[in-house]
Ligand binder design. Structure first.
Ligand code: SPV
Ligand code: MG
Length: 670
């Protein structure tokens, strides 16, 4: 597409302002002229070929256009009779240069970028009109009939809308108009409007109105127009556009969206905080600060700020942007409530939501897979538990005992009515569930090699950090090797319990014989483990069994202090009572002395306690230790019973995952 800009006129109504230079070179704001502004917008929209008609100030215009150093190629067509003809004649002079799709505009037209965007997006021949502005007495109006423009001119008022001289014409329509213009000029009719020729052929064209409502699109004819338009340009250029990004991988569609947004005003990018990102997406490869830097370097971005929550409220109230720009995908997906809140806040100060069609980059899936495999690497995974703790202050952890249950912990996501979401942060490789899945009792019978195999299977298909249930940790001499192996595998934390001898599951409590280790010996184990580890990322958590073994709160606290002193990175307090009070008391009393050491709880027997409650009492890591195993067992037992009872599988089908779903449950990676 070429642009045809008409700059032959003398601009006599501008008085002194056009004595030294043509009207198109009148300054608007900050050194920009009507012409430089037009050309920059055209160039920004990818228009590269400009045909320009000139008159009295030919040389000045040519020199000025070249001095702007824009990526544009110019063809100048001089109308030697500019002082005695109208632009119909200038257009006729340019007829050999405009055999193309043409964007036609008058040289004194000042418009904002989205006007051109809308005109180009129409994809058919059109002219800008306004359905909202009053009809002018002395300027152009377009008569619209059956959705098409019938006539353009000053004297038409019926079925008319205010019109501004910006046209986008498909080659066929442009040629027809130019033909008629030529006839007019041949017959000596060269002092009328080019639209007089247009009006004779509109029934053979398809010319549509492009409604730009109250957007800036005005001609400057007089010094008064200039003053008014100048103020409007300043207002347009002061607009801010707000966009929010959570991504750590930039692709072409993001850059396109930013470019489009930049046409509306100064772009403020809100980068979603790490905490908000990890509430609903994979862990970001770049932290919020790095992601902010990434956006700072993008052309068209004016400011980069952090957006702390999924809700835009805080930043919208601070920036009061004229526009929020977003892909249209959030109309339908889980972000709908966020979108509705954005609309509500914008309506308070007259802001507008602009949505562009969402485009999915086909390479994104491969990049996402790559990001996931990065996150699964031992170093990256190991350090993440500490990082999540630092970001959120707490960690939600769910039991996994196989690749499949690992995938459930990895991928389960719950969307909330507010537009937020929740997922688990980490996985617990429980000794109970690892033993049960092998049909063995939870007495350290499953050897460590098998336990490591479970970790490996889980890690093979997931990215989230792993907390390993190390039972008693075994002999001190053995524990140091366990620490090294776990650390090398990328496990983030091992929890060892202060029991000794034949360990039984804690939930038996005092129903079975279980012996608690001495404080001194257990501290020795902790110290040995801490000495053995190679990185700062790995954590050793000391688990206190005093409440399980009914030794009382004071014993638990004495031990906790000693274990912390010995170097434990975290303390776990366990209880098998339904009443959470002893656990809460422990958390609060320990916290008084140790405000920063993470506290771990396993609310299996006091499952009525909510995470919020536990966190309020001081808990930092909440482990759901066995729920997936307990969920699977009755379902499997029921299916087996039903098949035996009915001599066939039909009756249990309803409660089963359909075959077509199970075979697609885990997609193959290519
Ligand atoms: C496990 O899950 O193996 C635990 C927690 O150690 S509990 O079973 O409650 O002892
Ligand atoms: Mg255990």
């Amino acid at each position: 597409m070429k642009a045809l800009i008409l700059n032959s006129g003398v601009g006599s109504r501008m008085g002194d302002m056009t004595r030294e230079h043509p009207k198109c070179m009148t300054e608007l704001t900050g050194g920009e002229t009507i012409l430089s502004r037009q050309l920059k917008i055209l160039s920004d929209f990818g228009i590269t070929q400009i045909v320009m008609t000139t008159g009295g100030f030919h040389d000045q215009i040519v020199h000025y256009c070249r001095s702007l150093e824009l990526p544009l190629s110019f063809t100048f067509v001089r109308n030697d009779h500019y002082d005695v003809t109208n632009y119909i004649y200038s257009m006729d002079c340019a007829r050999d240069e405009v055999r193309d799709d043409i964007l036609l505009l008058h040289g004194d037209l000042v418009f904002e970028g989205r006007v051109l965007e809308k005109v180009l997006d129409m994809g058919k021949s059109c002219m800008t009109v306004s359905s909202t502005q009053p009809l002018p007495q002395k300027d152009f109006k377009a008569v619209i009939h059956n959705g098409r423009i019938e006539k353009v001119g000053v004297p038409f008022f019926e079925n008319a809308q205010m019109a501004q001289p910006m046209y986008c014409l498909q080659r066929r329509d442009m040629e027809a108009w130019m033909e008629r213009i030529h006839q007019f000029c041949q017959e000596g009719q060269n002092r009328c409007y080019a639209e007089n020729a247009l009006n004779e052929i509109t029934d053979t064209l398809a010319l549509y109105p492009c409604d730009i409502r109250d957007w800036l699109c005005e001609e400057i004819d007089t010094p008064e127009d200039w003053k008014r338009v100048q103020a409007k340009v300043a207002e347009v250029e002061n607009r801010t556009v707000y966009m929010c990004f959570s991504t750590d991988i930039l692709h072409a569609a993001h850059l396109r969206l930013i470019r489009r947004a930049a046409r509306l005003g100064r772009v403020v990018v809100g980068v979603l905080s790490d905490e908000a990102v990890i509430s609903y997406k994979r862990f970001p490869l770049l932290n919020a600060r790095e992601r902010m830097d990434m956006f700072r370097s993008i052309q068209g971005v004016w400011r980069v700020v952090e957006q702390k929550t999924l809700s835009y409220r805080e930043n919208l109230e601070r920036w009061r942007p004229s526009f929020v720009v977003h892909g249209d995908d959030w109309k339908e997906n889980f972000q709908r409530p966020v979108r509705e809140e954005v609309l509500m806040i914008l309506s308070r100060f007259g802001g507008e939501l602009v949505e562009y069609p969402y485009t999915r980059d086909p390479r994104m899936k491969a990049l996402e897979n790559h990001a996931r495999s990065e996150l699964a690497m031992p170093d990256a995974r190991r350090s993440r538990l500490k990082r999540i703790l630092a970001m959120k202050g707490h960690v939600l952890c769910m039991e996994a005992h196989s690749g499949l249950t690992g995938l459930i912990v990895e991928n389960t996501l719950v969307h909330e009515a507010t537009g937020g979401a929740r997922q688990f942060d980490a996985m617990w490789v429980s000794s109970l569930c690892d033993s049960i899945s092998r049909g063995k009792p939870d007495i350290e019978l499953v050897d460590l090699s098998s336990r490591f195999r479970t970790i490996d299977e889980i890690m093979d298909v997931t990215t989230k950090p792993v907390i390993f249930d190390g039972d008693t940790g075994g002999l001190v001499e053995h524990f140091v090797y366990t620490v090294r192996t776990l650390e090398r595998m990328g496990v983030s934390m091992v929890i060892i319990e202060d029991k000794i001898g034949l360990k039984k599951n804690s939930l038996f409590g005092t129903e079975v014989v279980q012996e608690q280790d001495t404080v001194e010996h257990f501290c020795q184990k902790i110290r040995a483990g801490k000495r053995a580890q190679k990185t700062d990322d790995f954590m050793i958590c000391a688990r206190i069994e005093s409440l399980i073994l009914e030794k009382g709160l004071d014993d638990a606290l004495i031990r906790a202090n000693a274990y912390a002193q010995a170097g434990a990175d975290a303390i776990m307090i366990h209880s098998r009572q339904q009443d959470p009070e002893p656990v809460f008391c422990f958390l609060e009393r320990f916290r008084e002395k140790h405000p920063h050491i993470p506290l771990v709880i396993v609310p299996s027997s006091y499952s009525q306690v909510t995470e919020e409650e536990a966190i309020a009492h001081g808990a930092s890591i909440i482990i759901y230790a066995n729920q997936l195993t307990r969920a699977g067992f009755p379902s499997m037992q029921q299916a087996a019973t039903s098949i035996l009872a009915h001599h066939r599988a039909l009756e249990c089908e309803e409660s089963l995952l359909p075959i077509r779903e199970i075979i697609r449950l885990i997609p193959e990676e290519v």
